[in-house]
Design a binder for this molecule. Structure first.
Ligand SMILES: [Zn+2]
Length: 83
């Protein structure tokens, strides 16, 4: 991971979202993450929904996000971006 602020891809963002919400990112990663969601409606919505999920369930670990759910979300992003 570079120390400069880089553009994250949507897939990289999805991989970081649990760490972000658990406040477990390095400062540079957090900056990149927030930079991305500020300009990407799909990921902004994704983070919002993840936050909501945590509020509903009380907690969220990486294990709670099944590969199926993650793949489905990425498919939704691709679909959204292709419009
Ligand atoms: Zn994105």
């Amino acid at each position: 991971m570079s120390t400069s602020i880089e553009q994250l891809s949507c897939q990289e963002l999805v991989e970081l979202v649990t760490n972000y919400l658990e406040d477990a990112l390095a400062q540079e990663e957090r900056d990149s993450f927030e930079h991305h969601i500020a300009g990407c409606t799909g990921c902004h919505e994704y983070v919002r929904q993840m936050r909501q999920t945590i509020e509903l369930t009380g907690r969220l670990t990486t294990a709670d996000v099944s590969p199926e759910v993650e793949a489905k979300l990425l498919a939704v992003f691709r679909d959204w971006k292709s419009r």
